[in-house]
Design a protein around this ligand. Structure first.
Ligand code: ADP
Ligand code: MG
Length: 167
């Protein structure tokens, strides 16, 4: 038998693509992003409605838990905003009730989730976005979503053990 006969077949693409790469394989970026359903939304019993937006857009909730953040957790999570004038209010808001922390999985999940969320200020958010649909104001804006893949990895690790993420 020749070596030719032993050659492994190429790994097939996961699904057909509109824009195959040079070898005809899928260019896919399956990512994880970190999400929080904030206290204004849990208070109004909107967890399911917000999750429906994620799921209808093709994002999978691969980890989720409802927690009440401690002041130290909220301060540390929003540490990048420590110098901003709204920092103290933001921490008070984030500890004012339960939140749902989540890991979302999907193609380009970080950017996709930011699109679904809409602008920080609901007054500027596009129609159909979570913040346009549900947010109360610029602070109580219903959801957090990671702004980069690097921050997603850091934020996920802050709230979840690897064993809690089940894709
Ligand atoms: P985003 O959540 O859209 O990434 P930022 O990272 O800029 O927005 O801000 C983090 C959070 O801080 C916002 O989601 C919101 O809850 C709060 N926040 C941002 N800007 C303001 C503001 N001007 N006044 C009050 N709260 C704010
Ligand atoms: Mg942000």
């Amino acid at each position: 038998m020749t070596r030719q006969g032993l050659r492994k077949p190429p790994i097939p693409p996961i699904r057909p693509l509109p824009f195959p790469d040079i070898q005809g394989f899928a260019i896919m970026a399956i990512e994880h992003t970190f999400s929080i359903i904030k206290p204004d939304a849990t208070r109004r019993n909107l967890t399911g409605k917000i999750n429906a937006v994620f799921e209808e857009a093709g994002l999978r909730i691969v980890a989720q838990k409802r927690i009440h953040m401690s002041p130290a957790q909220a301060e540390s999570f929003y540490g990048v905003h420590r110098e901003r004038p709204f920092f103290k209010d933001l921490v008070s808001f984030m500890i004012s009730g339960p939140v749902v922390v989540q890991v979302l999985e999907g193609e380009n999940a970080v950017a996709r989730n930011r699109e679904l969320m809409g602008a920080t200020n609901p007054a500027n958010a596009a129609p159909g976005t979570i913040r346009k649909l549900f947010a109360e104001n610029i602070e109580a804006n219903s959801v957090h979503g990671s702004d980069s893949a690097e921050n997603a990895a850091i934020e996920i690790a802050y709230f979840f053990a690897g064993s809690e993420i089940v894709g």
